[in-house]
Design a protein around this ligand. Structure first.
Ligand code: MN
Length: 229
């Protein structure tokens, strides 16, 4: 097959301790998956079914670098999240099979133009431009999954310029990772290379040009980046 111009390179993520990279196919995100964050966003955190939104695959960017500050926002928010990286696809994946589809995990930041999101909510419009902008998914090196650590518990934190702003525990997720994989695979067939950003704990807030933002998750490499000043 030939193309009328060169196809775009495959977006990818670094892998901890390896030169090979993790090829990214799609990015799915879970909304409001920690009760305290649902409350701070004005919602009842009862177990209403999880909802999903997406970012373009090429919104991923490696950590450890300085990035241009995003355009078109006066209120850019950080969201510390566990990122699940799938190594095997499937449709209607059973909960008890879900872990066998996971290649690895990473710490990530679901960057959000909160002002555009608030406007979209008010107007009943899509979230794409609030969530799916360039470099809106900063994600750390992917750590290969091991049965010995399913990342069901573990402290997740986020700091800005060294000051802690978010602290939660993976065990506080309203919908567990296997539940999220199972439910999402009912909506769409999942594939190797798909990422799932699993939601953020309470404490979200704004970033400014020049800020350095670090996400830590117990058992994963720390994930930091800065914005150009
Ligand atoms: Mn999020």
């Amino acid at each position: 097959m030939s193309f009328v111009f060169d196809p775009a390179p495959t977006p990818s993520l670094a892998i901890a301790g390896a030169d090979a990279r993790f090829p990214v196919r799609r990015i799915f995100c879970v909304g409001r998956n920690y009760a305290a964050h649902a409350r701070e966003m004005g919602k009842d955190p009862d177990r209403e079914p999880p909802f999903f939104f997406t970012k373009p695959a090429d919104a991923v960017v490696d950590c450890g670098q300085s990035l241009p500050f995003p355009s078109m926002t006066e209120n850019l928010h950080f969201e510390a999240e566990l990122v699940v990286c799938l190594g095997r696809g499937g449709k209607d994946i059973a909960e008890d099979q879900a872990r066998s589809h996971i290649w690895g995990y990473a710490a990530g930041n679901d960057l959000t133009r909160r002002d555009l999101q608030a406007e979209a909510k008010k107007m009943g419009r899509p979230w794409d431009m609030a969530k799916g902008f360039d470099q809106s998914a900063v994600i750390g090196p992917v750590h290969k999954a091991e049965d010995s650590d399913p990342f069901e518990t573990g402290v997740i934190t986020l700091s800005v310029n060294g000051e802690e702003r978010q602290r939660g525990d993976l065990s506080e997720m309203i919908w567990t990772v296997p539940e999220v994989i199972s439910i999402l695979s009912g909506y769409v067939a999942l594939h190797a290379g798909d990422l799932i950003m699993t939601g953020t704990p309470a404490g979200v807030g704004a970033l400014q040009p020049g800020d350095t933002c670090v996400v830590t998750i117990e058992g994963l490499p720390d994930m930091g980046f800065s914005y150009d000043g």
